[in-house]
Design a protein around this ligand. Structure first.
Ligand SMILES: [Zn+2]
Length: 246
């Protein structure tokens, strides 16, 4: 994958995962009112019109992916991901960080869970689904670990703040989940084997293919931004990065 350097932002590079998943993030008014309209965020939103952009900051060290928006109506993590890019874009990092703030901008625009009626967290094993393209892109970039950030509503699955992981075949999934859980107080959910309860979750597909991954959930109504939820998701992301010394 060829990353383009961005003149306005010295340390930022970007390319596209797909060119058929774009959307106008600003049309999601609930999300949009929580985004600071600075130059960098405007740039990211403009790029999201044409597909799913992936951004890169830093070089060397561990290659990590911070992913959000797999479910377009789970807003806190998408806002937190933008905040994280803003915070790190001027840092001199000794690791390589990849960010996908909006996995499917069209779904985020519509404030809906699915992309063209497909649940991207049940279709990462399906050839050329958006989430499958994300998996393949991360593999080609030799990403060492993936954090996939979501939110969950009461009475849904899991319905409480949690870190999903599995012990096999990528045991570091469980180790990282433990670390984040202890650090920020989210409950840990650990399966013995990835993908044993349902098929096609991004985290499971990564774990099954040998790239350890976790799914981090904050508690928030779907399609909304609950008080303190962006900060909580942000804390999970920072904890994830701190495991790797970022
Ligand atoms: Zn989700």
């Amino acid at each position: 994958m060829y990353f383009e350097k961005i003149d306005e932002f010295e340390n930022l590079e970007m390319t596209y995962i797909s060119d058929f998943s774009g959307g106008y993030i600003s049309r999601n008014s609930e999300l949009f009112k929580h985004i600071e309209l600075n130059k960098l965020n405007q740039f990211i939103l403009e790029k999201s019109v044409y597909g799913t952009p992936i951004f890169k900051i830093g070089g060397g060290g561990n290659k990590l992916l911070i992913l959000s928006g797999i479910h377009g109506n789970e807003l806190p993590a998408q806002i937190a991901n933008l905040k994280l890019i803003n915070e790190l874009v001027n840092e001199n990092l000794s690791n390589t960080l990849f960010f996908i703030p909006f996995a499917a901008p069209k779904s985020t625009m519509n404030n809906e869970r699915t992309f063209n009626s497909m649940d991207l967290n049940r279709s990462a094993h399906i050839e050329n689904s958006v989430s499958n393209l994300i998996v393949k892109a991360a593999e080609s970039l030799k990403v060492k670990f993936v954090g996939d950030f979501h939110s969950t509503a009461l009475n849904s699955n899991p319905g409480f703040e949690a870190i999903f992981s599995s012990k096999s075949p990528s045991p570091e999934s469980f180790l990282v989940a433990n670390y984040i859980s202890k650090d920020v107080g989210s409950e840990i959910i650990a399966f013995d084997f990835a993908g044993s309860s349902y098929k096609g979750a991004v985290e499971d597909v990564f774990n099954l293919r040998g790239t350890p991954a976790v799914t981090c959930e904050v508690l928030c109504p779907f399609g909304n931004v609950g008080r303190g939820t962006v900060e909580k998701s942000f804390a999970q992301m920072k904890s994830f990065l701190s495991y790797f010394g970022v």
